[in-house]
Design a protein around this ligand. Sequence first.
Ligand code: GCV
Length: 706
Amino acid sequence: MTDLPPPVIHPAWLPPPTWRPLGSRRVRVDASGPFADTVRDEVSRACSLFGGSLSPAGGPADLILTLAPEDSGAAPRSVPDASDAAFRFGPAAPGAAPGFPAAGDGFRLGRRGTATVVTADGPSGLLYGLFEVIRRGEGAFDPALADEHHEPAFGLRVLDHWDNVDVHPVMGQVERGYAGGSLFWHAGRLRDDLTRVGDYARLLAASGINAVTVNNVNVHAGEAHLLTDRLGEVATIASIFRRYGIRVHLSIDFAAPVVLGDLPTADPLDPRVRRWWADTTDRVFATIPDFGGYLVKADSEGRPGPFTYGRTHADGADMLAAALAPHGAPVRWRAFVYNHRQDWRDRSTDRARAAHDHFAPLDGQFADNVILQVKHGPMDFQTREPVSPVLFAMRHTRQAVELQVTQEYTGQQKHLCYLPPMWSEVLGFRATGDSAPTLAERLSAGPAGSGSAVEGAASGRTAAGVLSAVANVGDDRFWTGHPLAQANLYAVGRLAWAPDRDPAAILDEWISLTFPDAPPRLRHTLHTLMDDSWRTYEHYTAPLGVGFMVRPGHHYGPDVDGYEYTPWGTYHFADRDGVGVDRTVATGTGFAGQYPAPWSDRYESLSSCPDELLLFFHHVPYTHVLHSGTTVIQHIYDTHFAGAQRVAEMQSAWQSVADLVDPDVHARVTGRLAEQHRSAEEWRDQINTYFHRKSGIPDAKGRPIH
Ligand code: GCV
């Protein structure tokens, strides 16, 4: 029997033709050091494909990549290596926020004479400048190219992998992973062949990401050892990512001193525990000098944490911060803390309130290198949630917003759901008024009084904000299961650079890269399929912000009452008269009061609460009339019929471009769309039937309801 050929791995947004404009020219890299070497390697590879050349110092060039001189007139700086203090995060850079790169990721792009020139603010800017040239294609060499400076809005742009080392009996190799196994581990072992990690690093750098957490926040027995006796595996992964300016972070087990260290306690105020963390962390940095930091899920869904010892989350986070501070690295401490053993009969407990109740009173108690990582909504990555009020309640605490690229509740990469329109709404939310700063602006500015705000063009400093996102990749040959879900991964990095960028423009950019020379018909069809796909998904799933209604456990497909009588705090309270959760201050759980004005008032009042969040904040009769002019019940029927119908149209649109797409990609997407259509009809029929039976109100348009 002959061996099957190895599967062809899809090149995602860096297929060979994207390198043609650069690879067919003369390119000079006027810098030295590891990032300059990476850039040179990329240029050489492209030139070997397309006939261009890497010019020697002083040689003729159509493209020059160089570092901004430290003082005007000085020679270009060389790039420090990984053991150089200036390469590290934190104290080495006077005035920089702990945990943020000392040198800028930014770069200037422009023309000098007949050449295009990338002038990087700092070493990593060389890489980002290179990939900007790739994005622009021939346009990068246009003699009329205007001078532009690019700088990321968020200094730390991190993808969190929920990868397990050992295959978990319920969650598998990757928790909430819908794209196959882990790129790092397979069945308990680090993969022998890590070639794909290198390709992945390259893709991430091209999208603007600069950090990766390699293991699941639920740290099980096997993964706990990555911190100590299996640290070598993390070092191996770090050595691959480093070439592309990506630092490696680790999720750690709060109980590690007990689990790994033989101590009788993990009490964060116990001197033995503090010593253990300091020593362990020193060893981590001795092994991985540019290690990124820790990520912690504590006292959440059964994970250990400071509550066991009667301590606060500030005590816990600050202990780890103290261990990391000498190395200038941060701890990201998750705010996803709630009672997952709630009594569903108790109407006063509200999971949406939990993070604010736990953390807002601790504002001001966290060390400067603690980053409180907050899920973008108060519940759990639902299709529609308000922005978490915690993100506006703690002006003296450094915070990260956490997005979920993996589509746990948004169709699990079987459904096409382009998420940037949702993320844009989150990042653009102005909690304190219509002319107040957006969430992205607030996060980029860092905590009050930190002096670590974005400092304008060519400052050489990087913004203090942190954007984190749960990754959606695996060892699937299309990386993300659904080939078009690659766009979500690409976009998260791009939004971390420019949060106000139009999602449709990001999609357009992704199309240009992923489908080189896409004719207008294909480009148009991809926009038709993807631009509104999040709203389409919303239309046929849980209505008006009420959330969940998914099958418990795996969270795929409809089950309206699946979570209704469970301890998870995820209820819709539908009865014969109405539906929704009363979270008002006046008569409900008071959650609306956790927002600052004017949103506290807007959410509190039925007359000003946005339709799409009505059932998140209010329990209303089915006959309640929305701002749109339709009743709640008729809205449910209309959107569910329209949503499923829309998926059928998406299928036809995709068929119409079969001649323009690689057959492999086309076949995979066709299969996924068929499942999406089946599932959308199932959602439509279950939701419509459920509410028809509850309310007894017929569909005004007489369509079939069962
Ligand atoms: C990693 C939800 C998910 C869990 C996840 C958790 C978290 O509850 O279903 O799989 O655990 O969020 O974000 O910690």
